[in-house]
Design a protein around this ligand. Sequence first.
Ligand code: PMP
Length: 407
Amino acid sequence: MNTEEIQHIRADFPILEEKIYNKDLIYFDNGATTQKPCCVVEKIENGYYHLNANIHRGVHFLSQKATEEHEAARTTVADFLGAKKREEIIFTRGTTEAINLVATSFGEVFCEKGDEIVISVMEHHSNIVPWQMLCERKGLVLRVIQMNDKGELDIQNFKTLLNPKTRIVSVTHVSNVLGTVNPVAEIIKIAHEQNIPVLVDGAQAVPHVKVNVTELDADFYVFSGHKIYGPTGIGALYGKEKWLNQMPPYQGGGEMIQTVTFEKTTYNELPFKFEAGTPDYIGSTALAEALRYVEKIGISNIAAYEHELLVYGTQRLMEIDGMRIIGTATEKSSVISFLVDEIHPYDIGILLDKLGIAVRTGHHCAQPLIDSLGIPGTVRASFAFYNTKEEIDNFVAALKRVVTMLS
Ligand code: PMP
């Protein structure tokens, strides 16, 4: 994408014009959440102004229209992920809720005392803690795939962890700290040779990498709307029908039932069995709008441009004395975690903020990874397609000032 195209795209994101302490905002915290284009905000506004009525079962016009839009959004998500059936898409609050759903419900029927769950050293807390909770409840063992010095998963090590007691493998597609794009197709193939299902945490992948769950043969794939230019509080779980049909409901309530008596309740079919209560039907339609927006630009165009930003940003940052980039995988998305000498990442983050630059500092909800690296945390700059090389230049200039002040 050329400069003119990027400027055109930037005009869709009014927040990028904000001044922070009288400085131009440079938003490099896209790994935490992305900004929203006007079409997404307008979809939410329009939904509440013109389309608001509780969905499903309503006989009146607004309810039926809202139901149609919500169900059309499900189809959009299914198509976006390359799912074969729209019923395999469950709306959730996001990645975290989707993983909790699988850990709880899959764990309930498929795991017994002594069984094992495999995750990796670079997981976000949301792909660690739900499994740990399951392990505590059921007496299971958590096994962890290690990585090499570049921050790439050790596939040989992974193979040694699999055995007849392994019930599920749950790994991130892209690391939110290191930017590593994991070889999930290979991981799935290896696990499937032993009939072990795989959940892929796609929170950091879907905004940057073309995903096709059918080609990947993923058993579960999860993501959050807010990291792909959609609203907060909505995300999705893709699950193969064969698993979802065997799993019990996650929560009970309205919508997920077929019949209820005080003696016995029967459950609704997919996907409703897993969607208890009034769903976020405004959020789902706005998420679908975000996915259409991304597809209009094209994931391959986005990936190519963000790769340019990654290469340029890495090169420029390496000009700084004492710069240490954490995560140098060959396959990497547009995330740069770094440390400069012994300066604490928090101090860098605080001073960059005063210059209008939003980066994230700390353990990035991946404390075991940070601990395994023996570092206090990192400063993380994560780019989106609306960022520019000029912003990177201004960021590097600001960082040089900050480093001089703190050295
Ligand atoms: N997994 C990864 C890799 C993430 O980066 C994040 C968000 N930082 C999550 C899971 C959790 O996403 P959410 O908070 O939207 O549920």
